[in-house]
Design a protein around this ligand. Structure first.
Ligand code: BGC
Length: 368
């Protein structure tokens, strides 16, 4: 025991705390890592699902609140169907009828969301125990996570090796790097599925948050939330967040797209002047506390989801239920159903190539 803890203290840099969180039903040990930065931002990460379990962020007066939804125990993460804080793969978002054809072969995936495939299937990356190594790099602290998904896992072709790095900078930026390689052509779309409530998880709904999205178009959906293929202008619609708007201001508007999804649950097409460089995707603000998060990404899209399926039946941290619209997700990603939509940017990863993407959450305090 003493040998183990001295090994751990050697490999765990200052600012990172490592502890045991639980054991999965099949006997795998799950750890929790707590990363604390001088900015006051503190992030709790689990090896199970690469879950971001907690994000403590200061308000205008320096008061900390946990601004992400989650659970207290591993058992609850094992049962979770809302992907709270998890890494999502192999394919984040929906694939129509759980089917796609690649290089002349048809592949069948689980239909785990109303006849469609969602977020990698029954046991996606969110249910895997990832190998985690803490690191320190030029004053930043972080975690390198790795997961190998075997050929045929959840119906997908090829052995996919996924690496994700969470790096917390001194001034409160969380830099998330995704890397994947494969030995057979396969679709890949990886994301981080944190739900934010910048007033504090469990404090109420997110309708008073203010949001700006760097997107002039979005992908309208059919009744099963699969994009129709159209890239539609947001102008003059409740989907226009090109200047900051309150999330709840138009969510109840008489709009076909809002009705189909029960609120916002749509992919926005990010405006880019350059190629795939890091660019602003979203700015979220909770006006009372002044807490904000700016999201930059190399991805072409972002799913804005207002927690319309949270219904108060599942308990969260501190025994507070996850009520309707008590958190919102901003998932940087490629567009939903891309394997069946040739006009969308391709999500096919070829052997010998690397899938790389970066998303940055910068936790900030905004002036009044
Ligand atoms: C999807 C929602 C889904 C939620 C939880 C989001 O990414 O857009 O439709 O209900 O994840 O699974």
């Amino acid at each position: 025991m003493s040998t183990r803890s001295s090994e751990q203290s050697q490999s765990t840099p200052p600012g990172v705390r490592r502890e045991r969180f639980g054991t999965t039903p099949d006997g795998q040990i799950v750890e929790r890592f707590t990363l604390t930065s001088p900015s006051g931002v503190t992030i709790g990460v689990l090896s199970f699902g690469g879950v971001i379990q907690s994000i403590l962020a200061p308000d205008r007066r320096g008061a900390l609140a946990d601004v992400t939804l989650g659970y207290d125990t591993l058992e609850e993460y094992g049962r979770d169907k809302s992907y709270l804080g998890a890494l999502v793969g192999r394919y984040a978002n929906r694939i129509r009828e759980g089917r796609f054809t690649l290089e002349g072969r048809e592949y069948t995936l689980a239909k785990n969301a109303g006849g469609n495939h969602l977020h990698g299937g029954m046991r996606g990356f969110n249910k895997a125990v990832w190998a985690v190594k803490p690191f320190e790099e030029r004053g930043d602290i972080g975690l390198a996570l790795e997961h190998v998904s075997r050929d045929g896992d959840e119906g997908y072709p090829g052995t996919l090796r996924a690496r994700v790095s969470y790096r917390l900078t001194r001034d409160g930026e969380l830099v998330i790097d995704f890397l994947a390689t494969t030995d057979k052509a396969t679709p890949v779309n990886l994301t981080q599925h944190a739900y934010f409530n910048l007033a504090g998880s469990g404090s109420g709904d997110i309708l008073g948050h203010s949001l700006e999205l760097n997107a002039s178009r979005f992908t309208p959906v059919d009744a099963t939330l699969i994009p129709t293929g159209e890239l539609r202008s947001v102008r003059g619609t409740p989907f226009d967040f090109s200047t900051a708007e309150t999330v709840g201001a138009r969510i109840g508007a008489d709009d076909e797209q809002l009705r189909l999804a029960g609120g916002y649950d749509h992919n926005f097409v990010l405006d880019r002047t350059g190629g795939a460089e890091l660019a602003l995707a979203a700015r979220l603000t909770e006006p009372v506390s002044g807490r904000g998060v700016d999201i930059h990404t190399t991805e072409p899209g972002i799913q804005f989801y207002t927690g319309n399926f949270l219904d108060g039946t599942v308990m969260g941290k501190g025994g507070v239920p996850h009520r309707y619209r008590s958190g919102l997700a901003l998932e940087t990603q490629h567009f939903p159903n891309s394997p069946n939509e040739p006009s969308f940017p391709s999500t096919i990863l070829q052997p010998g190539a690397e899938h790389r993407s970066r998303t940055v959450y910068h936790f900030v305090v905004r002036p009044t």
